[in-house]
Structure formats: C-alpha cells, structure tokens
Design a protein around this ligand. Structure first.
Ligand code: 5GP
Length: 368
C-alpha cells in the first residue's frame, strides 16, 4: 500500500503486465502500419511513459510528437478539456495514431477528434494503453488498446494523483475501503455506550459521540470549541455547521478507522442531510442506522440504578428521565422515517444481557 497526498493505493498491475499490454498495442499497430511511417502523437502528461515504451516496442519507421490536454483534477474528470500544447504542423496527408495512456469517459478523446477534424491528415487512429470500457461513452471506436480495466482510479506508469505517482513502474489502484458507518440511536439508558465500545473493538470503528466531542473541544479551547461555547453560554443551540465541522475534524483525525459510529448526531432531519452531504464529499456514506429499543419502564429502572452509582442527577429523577424520553421520541421519529426511506433503518431489541444485544447488533452489521 502506498500513500499519495490524502489517499491510499494498492498494487494493481506489475511492470511485466504493463509491458505486455504495451507490446500488444505495438504489435497490433505494427501489423497495420508497417510501410506507412505513421506519426504517433502522445497525449501529455500521462502518456509519456507509454509512448517511450511503445516506441521501443515498435519495429518499423515512425515519427513521434505530442499534444497536451488537461481534464482531470484529483480523482474525477472535470469535463473541461483544455489544449495546452497544440498539434504538430507536419501532419498533412499523414497517418496519425494517437497514443493515450487511458480512456475513461471519452471527453478527452472527443477533444482530440475535434482537434484533428480541422486538419488534412490522411487517417487518424486511436491507441490507448488502458481502457475503461464500463464508463466509456462509446462515441468513437477505440482502434487499439492494451488492457481493459474496471472503473477504478489508477496511478503509476505516467498516471498521477494530483501530480504524484507518475514515476512508479507499476500501476496502483485507489484503495476504496469497505467502511461501515453507523448512526446509533437509543434513549438514555438503552446501552449505546456499552454497545458502541464493543462495535469499536470488533470492527475497528471510531466512536464519535457528539457530546464527548463538544466537551473535548470546549475543554481544550479549540477554535471550534470556543465558537460552540459562545452559543452555549448564550443559551443558544450550536448551529449545525459548527457541529458538522467538528465531526469533519474527527473523521479527518481517524483516517485509519474502518468506519465511524455517530452517536448523538444527527438529531434532526436537517442534520441528517448535512451529515449525508458531508460524507458524500468524502466518498463515504451511512451504511445503517441502528436504534436500540427498550421499554420505558425497563430504562427508567436502569437509569435510576446508574444514577445511584454515577451520581448523575439527571439519572436520579423519574420526571427528568421521562422528559428526556419525550424529547427523544419527538426528535427521533422523523429521523426514523428519513432513514427508513433510504432502507437503512434497523431496530434492535435492547432488552437482554449485554452479550445478547451485542449478538443482535452483529447480525445487523454482518447483513449489510
Ligand atoms: P476521459 O477524458 O476519457 O474521461 O479521461 C481521459 C484522461 O483522464 C486521461 O488521459 C487521464 O489523464 C485522465 N484519467 C482517466 N482515468 C484516470 C485514472 O484512473 N487515473 C488517472 N491518474 N488519470 C485518469
């Protein structure tokens, strides 16, 4: 596994596999162009290594030139293709073969075809080392390609992620981790903390309890903590943007986790939407929301017991407890609908021994 900027990549093709693919393209082109002295036009930057190895593998007379276009920024095609280095001027009446490193959506290719449509070349063919057939728009025939690859972001052998990775002899693919991101719901006393602890260890998840995160940031006087405190001190609710920002920091700090347990957030549909938007921007999503359900009377008994030990006053008064339940009921109900509509809502019976409840949770997660 290698790291480039913020992303991890794993080995995908060996140097040998790549060179075999290059050889395949060269052999196909050579069979068609033996006596035609074609001009190979490499598309910069990504194709420089391919062009080099291709020419070494091409056994007949030929010329070489380059154009430079740009469409990718980071991981996704921007759709804007710019010409940075124009066509050579000796191509009239010649056989031109474009050498592309990779064909993805086909946007770059469209621009290339457009570039050549204003010239008097004798013929114009396209050869690409890699070809993502699944996502290619199919507008033009790909005359020659070395290897069809799945729709994954790759680096190495000339291809970059934000300019890094071009120098690798092998090709690496983006390591898309299979994350488990959960939202845990449950009334006070339902056992969220206990079960979160188990899930954390079992699945290498990071438990993000909004309450804890707030307390941590306020206690340590972070910028966000200070901001949050300014609202709390005025008796106002902390705006969702501030909370989301704190969650973002927690997610960024825990890149090695295999997922996150969100606890205490979201509490409203607006927050659930904000969470979805934030996760989407990180190529992540909520996989499941799990509600630990238990009968109010059982929970009251649990909380009263807990209150005796912990000294938490809000756990010692039945009315206060009922108020917290009411608040939970009124707030969580719309969220339940929100997640049900996405097919992500799971309800788990929270009555039983810790081990029994853990087993029920495990079943839900294994079924995802
Ligand atoms: P298209 O215009 O067909 O969507 O994309 C073509 C260009 O996007 C390529 O020439 C290359 O610069 C870039 N590209 C497409 N797929 C990948 C990929 O998986 N990795 C990298 N590093 N660049 C890619």
């Amino acid at each position: 596994m290698i790291q480039l900027h913020d992303k991890y990549f794993k080995r995908f093709l060996s140097e040998k596999e790549i060179l075999l693919a290059v050889q395949r393209v060269a052999d196909q082109v050579a069979a068609d162009y033996k006596d035609k002295t074609p001009i190979f036009v490499g598309v910069l930057n990504g194709s420089f290594m391919f062009v080099s190895d291709f020419l070494k593998a091409y056994p007949h007379p030929c010329e070489v030139s380059f154009v430079k276009l740009s469409s990718y920024q980071g991981l996704t095609s921007t759709g804007i293709v710019e010409t940075l280095l124009d066509l050579p001027d000796n191509i009239e009446g010649r056989s031109v073969i474009i050498l592309e490193d990779i064909i993805d959506t086909g946007r770059t290719l469209k621009e290339l075809v457009h570039l050549f449509s204003n010239t008097n070349v004798k013929e114009f063919k396209i050869a690409s080392l890699f070809y993502k057939a699944e996502v290619y728009n199919g507008e033009y025939a790909i005359d020659y390609f070395g290897l069809e690859i799945p729709d994954r972001f790759i680096v190495g052998y000339g291809l970059d992620y934000k300019e890094l990775g071009r120098n690798f002899r092998e090709v690496y693919q983006l390591n898309q981790k299979h994350m488990i991101n959960l939202v845990l719901f449950g009334k006070p006393g339902a056992g969220k903390g206990t079960q979160a602890q188990f899930l954390k260890e079992q699945y290498n998840l990071q438990h993000i309890s909004t309450g804890d995160v707030f307390r941590y940031n306020i206690k340590n006087g972070t910028d966000l903590g200070t901001l949050a405190k300014s609202y709390i001190d005025k008796g106002d609710l902390v705006p969702d943007e501030v909370t989301i920002k704190m969650l973002e920091d927690e997610v960024a700090k825990n890149q090695e986790a295999d997922g996150f347990i969100f606890d205490g957030f979201p509490r409203t549909v607006a927050q659930a939407e904000a969470l979805d938007n934030f996760l989407e921007s990180k190529d992540m999503k909520i996989n499941a929301t799990i509600a630990l359900e238990a009968n109010d009377e059982v929970l009251i008994q649990r909380l009263l017991e807990r209150g005796k030990v912990s000294g938490r006053t809000d756990d010692q008064d039945k009315d206060k407890i009922r108020n917290r339940f009411d608040e939970y009921n009124s707030k969580t109900a719309p969220l339940k609908t929100y997640y049900e509509e996405q097919g992500k809502f799971h309800s788990v019976n929270g009555i039983g021994t810790i081990a029994e409840i853990t087993e029920r949770l495990t079943k839900v997660i294994e079924g995802l």
